[in-house]
Write a protein that binds this ligand. Structure first.
Ligand code: ADP
Ligand code: MG
Length: 715
């Protein structure tokens, strides 16, 4: 018997183990057993050739019609094998230098053929096919085909599904799984198979019912173990001793609320109470605030910061880009007014200071910002990554707010947390709303608060796709709309996928390079937008220039901003009401939604035009239609996620988790994930170190990769 982590060569032959390792990244017995079939084919049912997908490795079950062989050169012998499917469709397979197969592949015999589906002379072919007869001359079906369902594995070009199937069979016979990692009671409660049975049935089912039951159990493994990891992390975070930052009567927060020109939405109030309560406790808050674009997260975060300042601490706001840090500093200062003018003429009775610290500050400005942070004079410090660097000290850091989390790694959050004398409270804000189950997993070590509601009085954003190929004249109409809005005193964004001015900047992803800011600016300024004040904004501009342009736009001194996605996050100019996105198909769904969120922030009706050369009915066009059809970010994030692999979703925020999810699909298996989380939380509360559950503890360790294990040790 061998264990799950035994090398594959302990179970299958050396050459096979090597092939599985090289081509499929399967190295241990466990890797192999968790290499689940992609689908199953019913034994005896011929595969319709129409189902073949070009470029995919395929296995078909077909009937042989006949073979013809001929020697092409002295050392090249070719056999054409004609096979047919259930509908009578024919396919010819070329097999080289295996004359002996002609004896086996006689007319009427049935076999599995596998190979990569490729088009050859316009017809679908299987390249270098392998085949397996299912019966011998006497019609006796071989043992490995005796089940009703034949598993088809995700295979590589060099390893056939059949090879995997055989190796799995051997591995199942010799493996010793040890105790089941899922607790018995849990299995009983959710009616889950034992691990051994589940593995056998997923690989060797006799019915689709077997497959379903096995899948359920194996999904539970993944969901539960992952949720245990996350519950442990939350428990560790909670067990740290932080400093309570309770609200103080007569402080900045009260003064701020009294002066607020609008009333908070119900959601803002609710989340505000949540944050206030958690920050008043001595275990550090560790919370994610996700919200629809424009839902008003900044006010919520600012109120939390003021509570901390009121209690004598400081708050740091970390932004992903220089533009955004500057923008935040400016808008927070504007919102705070006299409350942020401590030491200046006209300061309020209770007041603090706001310091901005970015990489591009001049030496003097930097020194003064550093001094204000270190002395505690600045209650609020806004900055970019520069906040994380050595030499940035705080008098008493009580709260860290991280904006647009998807651009920050776990390590960076930790680096900033380490700047407090006690672990500060942490609030992570993300403007890319994602379904709750995904959030629970991607940001699983954070508690999640969600703002779904937009402030009242927002005019809806009207969105439309402008298909250049179908309606070239609509593009002119788009520029006309821009002029109309500008004539009414509004402002516009024109977004391009590329900066331009540098031919080698990026390879063309499509049939032509994407349109570029610099080209478009020149064309528009002399053409359709002649006479308007048009400026460019992109990431290659010096920080001061970027800031100057942004400020001019904010003050209404620029009519049209031609920009890259630098404006994607956070830019808040309520007077901007039109956005034209060029080559819109080059952007992702969430990105477009995010971009669109830059307009419709005021009371004026807003318009977003998605210009594209994509063909009608193409997948790209369908994505754009989806964006145009709804402005519900949560719905759109589903569209986005459904098109991406789970690993990409998880990988973005948390390395390591990627490899542990094989069967589970976070979107489709939402209910299961929620149940698993409940179970995991309960178990970790009772037994945080899993002392009584060695098998589960081992499964958890297996999931944690080196850097995540490191996280637990550090914390
Ligand atoms: P986001 O959630 O996208 O970061 P912001 O915090 O930038 O949204 O808020 C968008 C705009 O809405 C800002 O101009 C802000 O001042 C305004 N705002 C926030 N909350 C409210 C509210 N309750 N009522 C009216 N306007 C609000
Ligand atoms: Mg924002």
């Amino acid at each position: 018997m061998v264990s799950l982590d035994a090398k594959l060569s302990a179970a299958v032959g050396g050459p096979t183990a090597k092939a599985l390792g090289t081509h499929l990244e399967l190295h241990t017995v466990g890797d192999l057993l968790r290499h689940y079939p992609r689908r199953y084919v019913e034994r005896g049912a011929l595969t319709p050739f129409l189902d073949l997908v070009e470029g995919e490795h395929a296995t078909v079950f077909a009937e042989v019609q006949g073979t013809t062989g001929k020697r092409l050169r002295p050392n090249l012998y070719k056999t054409d094998v004609v096979i047919r499917d259930a509908e009578g469709a024919r396919m010819t397979l070329a097999v080289f230098n295996k004359p002996w197969i002609e004896k086996d592949l006689r007319a009427g015999r049935r076999a599995y053929f596998s190979g990569k589906a490729e088009r050859f002379n316009g017809r679908m072919q299987l390249a270098n096919p392998e085949f397996q007869l299912v019966d011998d001359e006497a019609g006796v079906v071989a043992e490995e085909f005796a089940g009703t369902l034949l598993p088809i594995y995700p295979a590589a070009a060099k390893v056939a599904s059949l090879t995997v199937q055989r190796s799995v069979r051997v591995a199942l016979d010799v493996v010793d799984l040890g105790p089941d990692p899922l607790p018995d009671e849990l299995r009983a409660r959710h009616r889950l198979l034992g691990l051994a049975e589940a593995l056998r049935l997923i690989h060797q089912p006799t019915s689709y019912g077997d497959v379903t039951r096995a899948q359920k159990r194996l999904k539970w493994d993944e969901a539960f173990v992952l949720q245990v990891v996350l519950a442990q992390r939350r428990a560790v975070t909670r067990s740290l001793a932080g400093t309570p930052r309770a609200p103080r009567p007569g402080g900045l927060l009260e003064a701020f609320d009294a002066a607020l020109p609008f009333s908070l939405t119900a959601g803002q109030q609710q989340v505000g109470r949540e944050l206030a309560g958690e920050m008043s406790s001595s275990s550090p808050m560790y919370r994610l605030l996700q919200g629809e674009v424009g839902s008003g997260k900044t006010v919520v975060a600012l109120r939390a910061m003021l509570q901390v300042v009121d209690s004598g601490g400081q708050a740091a706001l970390l932004a992903p880009t220089e533009v955004l840090a500057q923008q935040h500093a400016r808008s927070l200062r504007a919102m705070l007014g006299p409350l942020a003018a401590a030491g200046e003429l006209g300061a309020a009775d209770v007041s603090t200071r706001l310091a901005l610290l970015t990489g591009s500050l001049g030496a003097a400005a930097r020194r003064s910002a550093l001094a204000e942070a270190a002395s505690g004079e600045a209650g609020i410090v806004v900055g970019t990554h520069a906040l994380l660097s050595e030499g940035v000290d705080f008098a008493d850091l009580g709260l860290v707010v991280v904006d647009e989390q998807h651009r920050f790694g776990v390590e960076q959050r930790d680096a900033l947390r380490a700047k407090g004398t006690t672990p500060p409270h942490v609030l992570v804000m993300t403007a890319t709303p994602i379904p709750r189950t995904i959030a629970m997993t991607v940001y699983g070590d954070l508690e999640v608060s969600t703002l779904t509601e937009l402030p009242k009085g927002r005019a809806p954003i009207q969105s439309a796709v402008v298909p250049v190929l179908d309606h070239p004249q609509w593009v002119d109409r788009a520029w006309q709309r821009v002029r109309e809005h500008v004539a009414e005193g509004r402002q516009a964004f024109v977004v391009c996928p590329r900066i331009g001015g540098d031919e080698v900047e990026e390879p063309a992803a499509g049939p032509r390079p994407a349109v570029a800011v610099l080209d478009v600016h020149a064309e528009l300024a002399q053409g359709p937008l002649d006479g308007l004040r048009v400026q460019v904004l992109h990431g290659r501009m010096p920080p001061d220039d970027k800031d100057a342009v942004m400020q001019a736009f904010t003050r209404g001194e620029v009519d049209v901003l031609v920009a890259t996605t630098v404006i994607e996050v956070g830019v808040d100019v309520p007077n901007a009401t039109v956005m034209v996105v060029l080559d819109a198909d080059r952007f992702g769904v969430s990105q477009l939604h995010q971009l669109r969120g830059r307009v419709g922030r005021g009371a004026h009706a807003a318009l977003c035009l998605l210009v594209t050369e994509s063909e009608s009915d193409s997948p790209a066009r369908q994505r754009l239609d989806a964006v145009a059809a709804t402005s519900d970010g949560f719905a759109l994030s589903r569209v986005d996620l459904e098109q991406r692999r789970e690993g990409d979703v998880l990988g973005a925020a948390q390395s390591g988790t990627r490899s542990s999810l094989r069967m589970l699909q976070l979107l489709r298996d939402e209910d299961l994930v929620v149940e698993a989380r409940v179970e995991a939380v309960e178990l970790v509360e009772l037994d945080p170190m899993l002392a009584g559950r060695p098998a589960l503890r081992q499964a958890v360790l297996d999931v944690l990769d080196a850097d995540r294990a490191d996280f637990l040790e550090k914390a």
